[in-house]
Design a protein around this ligand. Structure first.
Ligand code: NAP
Length: 312
């Protein structure tokens, strides 16, 4: 039986990945910074809490990472832990940088130190590219991040490439663009929109206040994206892959679709507040996932309109 360790199993992707790996017959271990105190509500929602062996692990503490990896003794490690909010990264730049850059480095060092053939998946991000303009980003597009989060993810990304080239580790970066689900934290704008529309329909709210509606993103569905993570570690050779739908829409398109779905006109309910704008933001985020499609046989079936309908 294969063993997998998911760092950050309490999060959106961690929970869906845990379910996928259990379905594939893996023994699944998962970490939280404090596994005693964590509620693991996402694992509970998926009905898999009892099937996941849970450990406490802090990515920035080398000893803690070493102990967790030794205890779980995994064939595959999925690094999904770290401060994951772009907005929060402006308020907590050091925590964001350390959790991703130092955390990923610790994991790579532990695997190198143990000299075991452990395969590593690292959660890189489309945020590394920054503003792509009209040219879709692929695996060879240079990074120009626009947030402390993007900078942190870019650092971790290149650590993975460096350990692969320098020490021959089987380590992959999944350069995932936005992916959503009901398990995503409520702070993220897609959940905020879905919850806001639901509250308006129930008569509990009169308006929805949002930031810049003109930003353009590529939105997919999280359950599909964790399949790409697993596929990366089943290849003969390690590599990096852009994972996205390949379709970009404005946030206004997303909002309009959410209100249209419940028979309302968004213009009657949405107010924008410049105080919610980020100090610097990505205007357009465009992705070219053709390498993942070709090499992994992976393709996003659910696009922005499907994502909206499943969330609202
Ligand atoms: N969802 C997306 O659209 C997307 C796109 C590209 C990349 N990513 C990246 O993919 C990974 C998984 O995403 P997700 O959406 O599942 O995120 P998530 O739901 O926020 O989960 C991240 C996990 O990391 C842990 N964590 C949170 N803050 C931390 C900190 N400061 N230091 C260390 N650990 C911390 C949390 O576990 P505990 O609180 O239990 O310790 C949490 O369960 C993240 O690295 C994220 O940045 C996500």
């Amino acid at each position: 039986m294969k063993r997998a360790l998911i760092c950050g199993v309490s999060g959106q992707d961690g929970a869906y990945l845990a379910r996928l790996l259990l379905q594939k017959g893996y023994e699944v271990w998962g970490t939280s910074r404090d596994a005693e105190a964590a509620s693991f509500s996402n694992l509970k929602k998926l009905g898999i809490l009892d099937q996941v062996r849970r450990l406490s692990m802090v990515m920035t503490d080398f000893r803690s990472v070493l102990q967790a990896v030794v205890q779980a003794d995994p064939d595959e490690v999925y690094n999904l832990a770290g401060q994951s909010s772009v907005g929060l990264s402006f308020a907590q730049p050091v925590e964001t940088l350390q959790s991703h850059a130092l955390g990923t480095l610790n994991l790579l060092e532990v695997v190198r130190f143990l000299k075991k053939p452990i395969r590593i998946y690292n959660a890189s991000s489309g945020e590394c590219f920054g503003d792509t303009g009209d040219v879709p980003a692929n695996e060879r597009t240079p990074f120009r991040p626009r947030s402390p989060y993007g900078v942190a993810k870019a650092a971790a990304h290149w650590e993975v490439v460096n350990y692969r080239e320098a020490y021959g580790l089987f380590a992959c970066n999944g350069i995932l663009f936005n992916h959503e689900s009901p398990l995503r934290q409520r702070r993220f704008v897609t959940r905020k929109i879905a919850n806001g529309v639901a509250a308006i329909v129930r008569g509990e709210a009169k308006e929805l206040v949002l930031g810049d509606l003109s930003v353009q993103r590529d939105w997919g569905w999280a359950e599909e994206y964790v399949q790409a993570m697993w596929l990366m570690l089943q290849q003969d050779d390690p590599d990096d892959y852009v994972v996205a739908t390949g379709e970009t829409y404005s946030l206004q398109d997303f909002v309009a679709e959410a209100f249209r779905y419940v028979g309302l006109d968004w213009k009657d309910y949405v107010r924008t507040d410049p105080s919610l704008y980020r100090p610097s933001d990505i205007r357009t985020s465009r992705a070219d996932p053709s390498y993942a499609m070709r090499k992994l046989g992976w393709r996003a079936k659910l696009k922005m309109h499907d994502v909206v309908r499943r969330l609202v």
